[in-house]
Write a protein that binds this ligand. Structure first.
Ligand code: MG
Length: 252
């Protein structure tokens, strides 16, 4: 099931995507909900980020080949950083290039996990029950600032640096799906999540042993190799098998 959040006729709605349509639902995607009789064409709605996270916990260096392209040793445990909720944008929105501070802004295509219920101190084998579903994330990064600062907060935290979407797919095996990134329709990243150093369930358990996860929180699980820079006017697409495509453009 594909759960979308969208803007239509001046109001925010949630719905289930079915083919070229979205069926409005009533209730909560984190509790119980049911379909209504109201349906819209997908091309008539404005997609919003599919959830409103209180926090985005991101994982650095979680693919072997990506660690190699940075000449970094493989981590012994997951490396965490955070992106602010104010960085979130949805499918079709624009990433704003922060020229006032950065001259190197990169895409990072990633599988993102959306938490379904409050989670604290989970065992790995229980993690699945706390996951609502999965979406695409672009962990946009000011690479020059990441190198300059010890912390990642500035490099990863600019407004518009956390595109999420286009929707939440609730039925997905996160252990083996293909992640592809296209820059101006040219493929730049293409790796299976099978190549992760720490898998999704390990990550959810690990993060929940640090901080309580709330419904709608997002864990973004690291990028494969093939990262690269973007410039104003570029179009970037994160495509994940079984989910769909998150498309954004870059602007000044
Ligand atoms: Mg990343």
């Amino acid at each position: 099931m594909k759960l979308a959040r969208f803007f239509k006729d001046g109001l925010i709605h949630y719905g289930i995507v079915e083919g070229e349509d979205v069926v409005e639902i009533e209730g909560s995607i984190f509790g119980s909900f049911k379909k209504t009789a109201v349906t819209h064409k997908l091309n008539s709605i404005k997609f919003l980020a599919p959830c409103e996270p209180s926090k985005i916990v991101a994982i650095g260096l979680n693919y072997k080949a990506h660690a190699a392209e940075f000449n970094k040793p493989l981590p012994e445990e997951p490396m965490l950083f955070m992106k602010p909720s104010t960085a979130v944008i949805g499918n079709g929105d624009e990433i704003i290039y922060p020229h006032h501070m950065s001259h190197r802004v990169d895409y990072e295509g990633e599988l993102a996990v959306v938490i379904g219920k409050k989670a604290h101190m989970l065992k790995k084998e229980d993690a699945r029950k706390y996951i609502l579903g999965y979406t695409c994330c672009n962990d946009v990064t000011a690479r020059d600032l990441q190198g300059k600062d010890i912390q990642y907060t500035r490099a990863k935290g600019f407004d518009t640096f956390a595109p999420l979407g286009p929707w939440i797919e609730t039925d997905l095996n996160p252990l083996n799906v293909q992640i592809e990134t296209y820059l101006n329709n040219e493929k730049r990243q293409d790796t299976s999540t099978h190549d992760m150093i720490f898998d999704v369930y390990h990550l959810i358990s690990f993060v929940s042993c640090v901080m309580t996860l709330l419904p709608g929180d997002v864990i973004t699980t690291g990028t494969p190799s093939g990262i690269g820079k973007m410039k104003p006017g570029d179009k970037v697409e994160i495509r994940i098998e079984g989910i769909g495509s998150l498309v954004n453009t870059i602007r000044n």
